[in-house]
Design a protein around this ligand. Structure first.
Ligand SMILES: [Mg+2]
Length: 192
């Protein structure tokens, strides 16, 4: 993998859930605002259903004075509906990893991209785009299997896991499939 792509795919920090991000955490990263992906970050993929705790978390962040904005590749109608329910501004059809949407959001927030963090679940759109725009990339581990374009996502997630494993960024509980299988077989043999 070429060095530039490798660097563009590297998140600054990794979280298991969006709700782990606090105003203090953002300050420690030098972030004055937070951009949010929708699918598999705030809500179940391709749905209108937020993950548990997301609405409460959004309210807490807003009352703590953290400017937030949704930056999504989804179509306008859905982004608008989701954003309204959270009381957030949004930019839809952002074509991430294009850096345009990231820069536009930073501009709307009156900030330089360098002081804006982006939280998303995909290395090739959220993290790559954030790095390209000069934003602070925060990876949220995907919680659920995508329903739409299932096979495409399956392939993509495999590549992401391999990349994160090579960078030492995968938790041990989530070792690459090959290893899990091998360990499983070993355990099976012991029982015999
Ligand atoms: Mg997503």
């Amino acid at each position: 993998m070429d060095t530039t792509l490798r660097e563009d795919l590297l998140p600054r920090r990794i979280y298991n859930r969006i709700t782990e991000i606090t105003p203090e955490e953002l300050s420690s990263l030098g972030a004055a605002a937070l951009l949010l992906d929708i699918d598999n970050t705030l809500a179940y993929d391709s749905s209108y259903t937020f993950f548990p705790g997301v609405k409460e978390w959004t309210r807490r962040m807003i009352s703590a004075g953290v400017p937030m904005m949704i930056l999504s590749n989804t179509y306008t109608l859905r982004a608008r509906s989701m954003a309204r329910r959270l009381g957030l501004p949004y930019l839809a059809m952002a074509e991430k990893p294009s850096s345009r949407g990231f820069k536009k959001c930073a501009g709307l927030l009156g900030l330089e991209p360098a002081s804006v963090a982006m939280a998303g679940d995909q290395l090739f759109t959220d993290i790559r785009g954030a790095n390209a725009a000069g934003c602070i990339p925060l990876l949220i581990r995907p919680q659920h299997t995508e329903i739409l374009f299932y096979l495409r996502y399956q392939k993509l997630r495999k590549i992401e896991r391999r990349f994160l494993a090579a960078e030492g960024l995968l938790p041990e509980t989530e070792a690459p499939a090959e290893n899990t299988k091998r360990n499983g077989m070993k355990e099976g043999n012991t029982d015999e």
